[in-house]
Every structure is written in C-alpha cells, then in structure tokens.
Write a protein that binds this ligand. Sequence first.
Ligand code: ATP
Ligand code: MG
Length: 611
Amino acid sequence: MSTVNDKVKSGGAPEDTPKVSNFLRQIIESDLALGTYAQRNWAGSPGDAAHQAKGTFDPAKIRTRFPPEPNGYLHVGHAKSICLNFGLARDYGGVCHMRFDDTNPEKEDTEYVNSILDAVKWLGFNWEAHGTSHLYQASDYFDFMYRAAEFLIQAGLAYVDEQSADDMRSNRGDFNTPGKDSPFRSRTSAENLNRFREMRDGKLADGAAVLRAKIDMASPNINMRDPAIYRIRRATHHNTGDTWCIYPMYTFAHPIEDALEQITHSICTLEFEDQRPFYDWLMARLSESHAMPDGLQLAALLAHPSPKQYEFARLNLTYVITSKRKLAQLVTEGKVKGWDDPRMPTIVGLRRRGYTPESLQLFAERIGVTKSDSWIDYSTLEGCLRDDLDPKSARAMAVLDPIQLTITNWDELMGAGSLDDCHAPVHPHHPEMGQRHFKIGKSLWIERTDYEETPPKGFFRLYPGNKVRLKYGHVIECTGAKKDAHGNLTEVLAQLIPDTKSGTPGSDSVKVKGVITWVSQADALLAEVRLYDRLFTEAHPDAGGKDFLSSLNPDSLKLIQAYVEPSLASSQPDAKFQFERHGYFVADRIDYTGNKPVFNRCTGLKDTWSK
Ligand code: ATP
Ligand code: MG
C-alpha cells in the first residue's frame, strides 16, 4: 500500500440524495392527487368519530406512524422503518406519530421507552408538528377498544367462544379444510354481551373464553375464520395496572390504534399481508352504522375514511441478526459487551461504532422499499458510512502496529535532539477545515508491515536500499534493521535525504514509489484502538434454524495499543476521523477519557470481505 486513499464520493447528507420513487410514494402521490384524505378532520388528539367531528380539516396531508413494542432496543431494521415512516410524512407534508404499541401486558418494559425515543430523535426525526406532540401509547386506547368490542357484539359481529383451546384449533381447519362453526357461535347478542362483561369483570379464568369476530369459518384466508379479538389474561400492565384482566389481540388493537389517530397510510412488514383482509373488515364494520336485532341503530364509531395497511419487505442484512430474542441472547451470554457494543446492529451499537444519522438515512434511501423479501449485503451499510464520513471527517495519522524507525543521520543533519515542524490538511479537499501540526524527529513510529528485509515483488516501502517518503515529511532511505535474539524486528534504520521535506522547494526532486504514514515519538499519543469486524463469519447466521452462535467471528474485536498524532488529543467523544491508510475511527462515546483516548474502528477504507 503506497498511497493514502483520499477519494471523495458524492453523497453525505440525505437531503442531497435524490428520492427514488417506490410503490409507497406512488400510492401516496395518487391519494394526494385524488384527495382521498382531503376531507378528514383532526380534533388535535386521537379519538372516535364524534371526537374527530369536533375538529377542523387536518393540516397534515398524510399521517403515518412508527409503532414499536417497548420490549427491546431498536435495531437497523427499525431504522429502515423509522426513516420510511418519518421520511414519507416529512416529504409529503404529513405527520408521523410515535406510538408505543404496548397492548401486550406481558412483554413491555418502561426501561426501553427512553432508549426508543432517543434512537428516533438521534436519527433526526421528531413527532412534534402543528404545535402538538404526537407521542402516543396504545394502552391509552383500551377503553375505546373495549367499547369497539361491545359494539361488534351488539351488531351481531362478535361472540364469546368457550371451546377448549384444542377444539378451537381443530375446528379452525387448515389450508385444505374449511373450519367448523363453534357451538357458541349462535349465542344471541344479549348473551354475548353479558358473558363478555363477565370476562371483563374477572368471573372467568384465564384462557376460559375468548371474544371472536364472527366472519366466516370457511374463508380461504385462515385469519378470517373468526379471529380472536380479546383474551383473558390476569397481568399487571405497566400503564393501566390491574384495571383490566382482558386484553385485545394485536390484530384487533392495531387497526383501531391507527383509526383513532387518523393514520392514513399504515405501513408494516410483509408478514402482516394475510392480516390485511381482517384490518379492512374491522375498519369497515367500525366506521358504519348497524341495525341491532332489537331494531335500534348503532352509530358508527370511527371516522371516515379509514386508514389503509400497506406491506413492505423487512430489512434482512447479511452477517447480521435482527431478532430481538437472539440479540438479547448475545448480550446475556456475554458474547458482546452489552446492547451498545459496537458490533451490535442496535441503533445504540451502530452509534457507538461511528454510524451517523446521515449514514443510516442514506442507507434507508439506497436500499429503498420493495414488496418482496431479499437480502441486503452488509457492505452496502458500510458503503453508506464511508460515503457519509469521507467528505466530513478529519484526517489523522495513526500507527496501529508500531515499530521504531530511527533516522540515523538526524542529529548530524538537523542538530542533536531537534524536532522539525510538519503540517497537513485536516481534509485534503476542504482547505477551510484548516491544518494539523505535528513534529518530526530522530525517532518515529511506523507500521511493522512497512518494512521487509527481502521485499516481495511490487513492494515499494522500506527495505534496505529503498527510498520512501514519510508522508508530509522527508524522503528517507532505508539502511537496515535491528532484530532481537529470536529474529524479531525491533527497529528499522534509515537516513534522511536533505532538502526533500514536503512542501519545500525542490522537495520532489527525489522520486519515490512509496509513501508511508508515521508518528513521532516526541509527540504521539498512546491510544487504545478497538478493531471491530463483522460479528458473524457466515452471511446468513441464523438461516434455516442454524445455531447462530456457531458462526460467531472470533476476530470481531482486536484490542490494540496504537500511537496517534497529537491533533487527536483534543478530540471529543463521538468525533470521527479517517486514520490515513487504515479506515474510519470514532472516539468512543463511553470509555473515552482525556488521559486514555479510545478509538473504535467504524469501517476500513474499502470492503475487505468481498472477493
Ligand atoms: P421482533 O420481532 O424482533 O420483536 P418487531 O418487528 O416485532 O421485532 P416492533 O417493535 O414490533 O419489533 O417493530 C416496530 C416497527 O418496526 C414495526 O412496524 C416493524 O414492522 C418494524 N420493523 C421491525 N423489524 C424490521 C425490519 N427488519 N425491517 C423493517 N422494519 C422492521
Ligand atoms: Mg412486533
């Protein structure tokens, strides 16, 4: 390696990135052109039809939402969803709601709530719009969900089923066999209402009954064979405590959350495609009026027009695991050092690895959204990081595998013990970023691999008799090296060629083929450098039920002591650098302290995994 990789690609800020159209953009543009949602009201907060009717025209042209369950740390797949939902709202004059989908009492944990909010904000988004904070939690809608369930019962569209779990399963049928009606399916509305209230009041044991939508036990879509919408579960909920012993099923709760919040485009991953008919069925039933068996009218509960669900392919990234359960296993089994370990694909981990919000936004933009599952190569993610960091990160020299270089004629030429000043641009293409300053002297640190006693063909760096340039410094000629009793290299020797200092007149009169990086023993800083690499050696670590722990990369972290140039003394945690010839590094945000600089490798200068 004889040159420093300073190529600058376009890229960087996502605002500069042309927005590639996709099926979701086309749907939204068509809805805007048709005025599909132009007549919607918004009363300033989520609510039913009567509540929204009190509002005025919704200033948001579209409403999307990002609805994580607060049961873990967000990962790179969520970043895709965040950029998509918040990005579409931003681009089309809409609002994206931040919603905690906390209807499942067993799983959530308030510990995760703040980390999720931090991650979304850090990625560059927020939920403030039109003077309102659109931060919601689905459990605040439990009262309404209960009301919607009674509404369906009164309309003859839901029934309490008390079959055993086994009977329910076998009567559901399968792909080839239609289901069989439950013996409880013909209960009257009044009976159902009574029984459902008994469920609510704790008169039935957990699992003794469920409320089911009454749709079609012969539907070719098994999700439409009278899906369960409420179950009995005695569990303390983090928000509602012990108020409820019945909880709505996700497939019932989610469309209602969307409708109460006046969401227009409800974007989810492909595995929910089969749920869409039920989503549409439920939205249609709750937004129309119904004649009750006794002749009275039930007024529609939800406002028109209803939200619509659209599915896109989730992010699958090679060499990466995105299952929360498996990520948790890596943490609890000590395979990594916590959720924010720089090898983790969590947003906190990526951040500590040196990923910027811009690089992740660029990634989301580049991979786009599609309707079919595919794998994105890990190098695409790293490429986005390089493209973002290259134009904006300061350069620095660092020696990662140091060996001493002694300039044997220094004292004679320059004066014993003297040091000379060198300078270099902070960024080769941005003079406005200024200059770095460092010293050169008799004793330097260079990379061990920059010396070869017997050079292989094409090796242009140090070997006896060869001349190289010390980057930003002088040309030297190698005169030999010293070894210890075991034959290990201990010191490289060279002589300085006078009048060759970079930037001085005639400095290039001596032609060399190699340029090496170095730091001076007089002013270099000792730093801990953490060389991170991919966490798995296999592209699909958990494919086909494989034990993902069996392909953990034993070399995913190498801890080294390195010497870095003195300009890094003042670096702030989170600051990114390009260590010339080595790649991009970030000052660790957690462990970096003034007297112990710690740098994490974000990524190399180029992809070393592709063959
Ligand atoms: P897990 O199954 O690991 O628990 P999840 O998908 O259930 O994760 P949620 O908290 O429910 O996690 O996800 C919030 C949002 O993020 C959902 O809308 C979901 O579609 C989206 N999301 C999650 N994983 C991915 C992914 N890999 N690619 C794109 N979007 C994703
Ligand atoms: Mg989920």
